[in-house]
Design a protein around this ligand. Structure first.
Ligand code: ZN
Length: 247
């Protein structure tokens, strides 16, 4: 069983990644289920983005699970939308992209949303990399301020900041590492050595990356079968409360 903890499904900015395209890539790469985000922050400039996103989830409830990509600048309106998404539309997580919302993860406005997700039992996937608003140490401050929210650090700081990602996760037990899109071939091994297999999740960042590239990084880590089960499915199933997935 392989569950992708970080995939994108949307049509925007020239990407044409409809649910059908995603399902085809999943089949090609041996991915059983995927946790997706759209490509637009909501609320925002694309009034159809929310319906497009929950429509994809509704059409494939056994295959696709969702993190709603939230725009904290909309304050109470955005909070109400996230509450509704979780209560009524089957959304299981929140996604924050610091470079498109133009807020660092440790900004007070962002922390309010990360806390809200924790109150609702939803994990928060935060993009990280070498952009000024997306540094692992900023995510560490957010994790420190929100100890009751599980935070998944997407991409583990990229190629230049992976060591900060490891140190941050060592320090904060509510931080999980997602090596998707990180170009280092030894990144899964490094993540498991730093925090244990219990806090590392497999992700592809489809369509930017292909599942086979990401699976190769797991293979190179030479995990034990129990560790591999946690990284490939058990951890994200626990975080997203996915039904029927063996731990
Ligand atoms: Zn991504």
């Amino acid at each position: 069983m392989i569950i992708d903890a970080h995939a994108h499904c949307d049509v925007r900015f020239g990407w044409v990644h409809t649910p059908d395209v995603l399902l085809r890539v999943m089949e090609e790469g041996g991915i059983d289920q995927a946790c997706i985000t759209g490509l637009a922050d909501v609320p925002g400039d694309d009034p159809d983005a929310y319906d497009r996103f929950v429509g994809a989830l509704r059409a494939h409830p056994d295959k696709l699970h969702g993190y709603l990509r939230i725009n904290p600048w909309y304050g109470e309106e955005a909070k109400a939308l996230f509450r509704r998404a979780v209560a009524e539309d089957g959304v299981r997580g929140m996604k924050l992209h610091p470079t498109t919302i133009i807020l660092p993860p440790n900004a007070p406005a962002v922390i309010e949303f990360v806390r809200l997700a924790g109150e609702l039992g939803a994990p928060v996937l935060i993009h990280s990399g070498d952009e000024p608003n997306a540094l692992p140490l900023q995510i560490a401050k957010c994790a420190e301020a929100c100890p009751d929210t599980n935070i998944i650090m997407g991409h583990m700081g990229g190629v230049f900041f992976f060591e900060d990602a490891l140190r941050a996760a060592e320090k904060h037990p509510n931080l999980y590492l997602d090596p998707s899109g990180n170009p280092r071939p030894d990144i899964v091994r490094k993540a498991v050595d730093a925090v244990g297999a219990e806090r590392v999740v497999f992700g592809t960042d489809m369509p930017a990356m292909h599942p086979n590239v990401e699976k190769k990084k797991v293979e190179l880590a030479r995990l034990t079968p129990p560790q591999e089960r946690l990284v490939y499915a058990g951890n994200i199933a626990r975080l997203m409360r996915l039904p029927g997935v063996p731990a």
